[in-house]
Design a protein around this ligand. Structure first.
Ligand code: ADP
Length: 311
């Protein structure tokens, strides 16, 4: 059953269509991943869902309630963890959460309980009396999550919550997303990290240039690129002329080079391997390891747009 419906939503900045007749339906109780490169329109979409930004056209409904008609009601049901930190650096962690709790109308004993509960939830209970200016980036982000969940929202939206943070905080955040979901919250999770979105989400929507270009479970999306594989080679030296020749091969869809690794996207590793090895041989590339990888969401994006997700 859908909790959120986004219907033909449009947002323009000047002449630029940042969100272009976007349709989206998120089911109650799911972790929904919104995956797309920088500039795809993810943050703009989220801001409109959360009622922070007005849409030019279209309609958004949460639990059947229109964001346009009853914005305050919708806001109360949403917990937004924005990409940019929204914290008061000189107030203690507990006071930051208290500030947001008051905005949501919590008072007295309940307010105290919820502040304590949400700080515990993000693992910052021992830092309650410390100020965020002394925190690491990951701790600040966890505090931001505490501020967004203390009113127990039905829908939690997290915008790129793991960008630029340490691995420990990253794991903590991913674990807390799963726990919040198990406790009954629906989650929308945006990222341009394919692996992360695929690992955590029940369904994924891939967004590009303001609209959704594919949506489904990871398995469904992978099946759409069943006729694509990656040949991954490591070599001692990378010879640019070999890379050029690979790129010019008519069956090769993409070639990526990172350090000593060459990743070649082809329709069939079995059929195309021989030609790739021939090119390596011709340009004296000594192959140290060779591996064939199954298609992933990156490959799907490449197939649908002709570009890589990382661009
Ligand atoms: P994402 O979150 O996927 O990286 P955004 O929603 O931030 O993408 O941006 C989508 C597009 O809208 C981009 O081209 C961006 O430059 C443009 N955009 C976003 N916010 C503004 C703004 N306040 N003014 C003008 N253009 C904007």
């Amino acid at each position: 059953m859908p909790i959120l419906e986004v219907d033909q939503v449009v947002k323009r900045y000047g002449n630029k269509l940042s969100v272009d007749h976007l349709n989206l339906s998120v089911n109650k109780g799911e972790i929904f991943g919104l995956l797309g490169p920088n500039g795809a329109g993810k943050s703009t979409t989220i801001s409109m869902i959360a009622g922070l930004l007005k849409m030019d056209q279209g309609e958004i409904r949460l639990d059947g309630i229109s964001v346009k008609e009853r914005p305050l009601e919708v806001k109360r049901k949403i917990g937004l963890v924005p990409q940019d930190l929204a914290l008061y650096e000189t107030m203690t962690a507990a006071d930051n959460v208290t500030f947001f709790a008051r905005l949501y109308g919590l008072r007295g004993k309940l307010l105290k309980e919820r502040v304590q509960e949400s700080l515990e939830f993000v693992g910052l209970q021992d830092k309650a009396k410390e100020v965020p200016s002394t925190f690491s980036g990951g701790m600040k982000r966890r505090l931001n999550i505490a501020c967004a969940i203390m009113h127990r929202p039905d829908l939690i939206i997290m915008d790129e919550p793991t960008v630029g943070i340490d691995p420990q905080s990253r794991n903590h955040i991913l674990e807390s997303v799963r726990t919040l979901n198990n406790m009954g919250s629906t989650i929308i999770y945006t990222s341009h990290y394919m692996e992360e979105v695929a690992a955590i989400s029940h369904r994924v929507a891939i967004m590009d240039q303001g609209h959704i270009i594919a949506c489904g479970t990871e398995k469904e999306l992978r099946e759409r690129v069943a006729s694509t594989e990656k040949i991954v080679l490591t070599t001692s030296v990378i010879n640019p002329s070999a890379i050029e020749e690979m790129k010019l091969h008519p069956r090769v869809k993409n070639v990526e080079v990172a350090d000593d690794t060459i990743t070649i996207t082809v329709p069939s590793a079995q059929q195309d391997m021989q030609d790739m090895l021939f090119i390596c041989n011709k340009h004296d590339l000594a192959i140290q390891s060779l591996q064939v990888e199954e298609p992933d969401l990156e490959t799907l994006f490449l197939n649908l747009t002709g570009r890589t997700l990382r661009d």
